[in-house]
Write a protein that binds this ligand. Sequence first.
Ligand code: 1HN
Length: 349
Amino acid sequence: MNTTLSANVATSQQRKSYYDRIAEESMTPLWEVLGALVPQQPRSPAVAHAWSYAQVRAKVLEAGSLISAAEAERRVLILENPALRGQSSITQALYAGLQLILPGEVAPAHRHTQSALRLVLDGAGAYTAVDGERTTMRRGDFIITPAWTWHDHGNPGNEPVVWLDGLDIPIVRFLDAGFAEKSDSEYQAVTRPEGDALARYGSNMLPVDFQQQPSDPTKVFVYPWERTLSTLHALKAGSPDPHFGHKQRYVNPATGRSPMPTMAAFAQLIPAGFETQPYRCTDGTVYVCLSGSAEAHIEGQTFRLEENDVLVVPSWHSQQFCALTEAVLFSYSDRPVQQALGLWREQRS
Ligand code: 1HN
């Protein structure tokens, strides 16, 4: 029998019945899915989307009257990508949420293998404690909680405090590598004075015998806004990069690598009236507008960004920013994972 010929003449009905029969053995034909499995270029199921802080702020605060931080463990509204509802994901690889802590509240100590970052958005007077050291949270501070470090938050002040949480939850879930533990005590014991890690590891010096593995997270767990802003302002003396404006990446100062192995973070200043050239990259990215206002052109869609607005740009989506006033954008992505695996690509046009 000529198998080629008989395959060619098989009707779609014959194929379908064959697919049904092999399905009983938990098998499926590759040829029906090959194009989708191995696309010529990324086709993210995620979509570009922006959350206006002015619009969602009241709803975030409303959660404060529905549940306590202690009961919730973490009182957070998850920012779900509209095309990935139900998955607690803002991109295929990343999670984002807005966390609220009210005066007098404590979010109890726990640890997990997911890495977390925080960007303080609103209010003052809260602290977060990481590995025995507390840091007062100030707007624009970028704070990290590396995998498996104990962390708790508290608000001894007198205003509600809101920050953005960024975690690598979908990556850890994909790898089935999630572990978590609650502490017996609400707070972790304070073992170091505030500012200790930054002085020891974040001041262009390191303890004389300190050694780190390349993939170790940084001991510096807070990158104060004040320092970020003075760096970005100093860069204004030079000419902006056509694709980014003045853009810096946050690093582990001991290695020059990203602060944590799974997530990169960036801060950029775009001068008033400056329009960045079209750019795309394979790391789906979450942006937060920290100051000023900008228009983002993402794959043909336009989003207006004001202070504290969050924008998600999925993998390989063309992006262009136009600063309406001088704008500072924070962003984070899964770039270090892609780079470690040799997958990361970018395109400047
Ligand atoms: C978490 O531990 C925090 O510590 C925030 O503030 C959000 C989302 C999922 C899992 C753990 C926090 C989280 C989280």
